[in-house]
Design a protein around this ligand. Sequence first.
Ligand SMILES: [Zn+2]
Length: 309
Amino acid sequence: MTMINRMKKRFALVLLVLPMLGLFSQPAAAGVRAFACEPEWGALLKELGGDRVSVYTATTAFQDPHHIQARPSLIAKLRRADLLVCTGSQLEIGWLPMLVRQAGNARVQPGQPGNFAATDHVTMLDKPVSVDRAQGDVHPGGNPHIQGNPHNMARVAKALADTLQQIDAEHAADYAARYADFDQRWQAAMQRWALQAAPLRGVKVVVHNKAWVYLMDWLGMKEVATLEAKPGVPPSAGHLSKVLAQLKSQPAKMAIRAAYQEGRADDWLAEHANIPAVVLPFTVGGTDAAGDLFGLYDDTIKQLLKGAQ
Ligand SMILES: [Zn+2]
């Protein structure tokens, strides 16, 4: 036998054995195609789905999730999706219903297992007694910005893991194992965050808009003023001077806003009230340090502690 032939034979043997070792048995081009409306849900899908789920995230931390264009590229992505994961509670009312309609994908229509709304799985805060659109972007189901509290993330993770097991039943055991691993790491992280954030209890802050109730509730912080007099309506000069006057009698430690928000009003107020203007990631990707779900809360607490000094 020539050297070449021996090598050929050995190579053929390797080709035979490799699949048996499982080296070629990667899930065939990611089983579940998921479409996430906001980065926090995209990140959660990656945690819970691993290689089995290919995740497309429709928005970034630098976009206002209330106001997104239902672009053709988004419609095309949703048309092929097996699972749609959004915040719900009308956060996406301005763009998602049209997107779902235009995509014409039966798998992700409301009521289907492939249509998942995170706010269905947590206790909502700020439920308005009456809904009047003249009051701005009021959300009748309650405040949808639930990602402010990692305990909400834990509840959504459980429900989303159940959904993944349902729509990809063949790999249910994988999803269950991934969820158990995630939950263990998440519970440990929440204990760590509670300790780190202890000095924030009772700290008073000015918020740019009504997007922080869950964060305030989690950390025991107090919101004393809002820069947007009505949700979704940019702060006016008149309202800003009122807030500044109010801070004289009711001082705050800092003014907070999300990475996507325009900061001129915050900076003006911060300068005149002599407090720091703090930018929080708000979702995954909002700051360099908030690269995943764990980083989101790590950095949020870090920035708040720095602001409270
Ligand atoms: Zn809102």
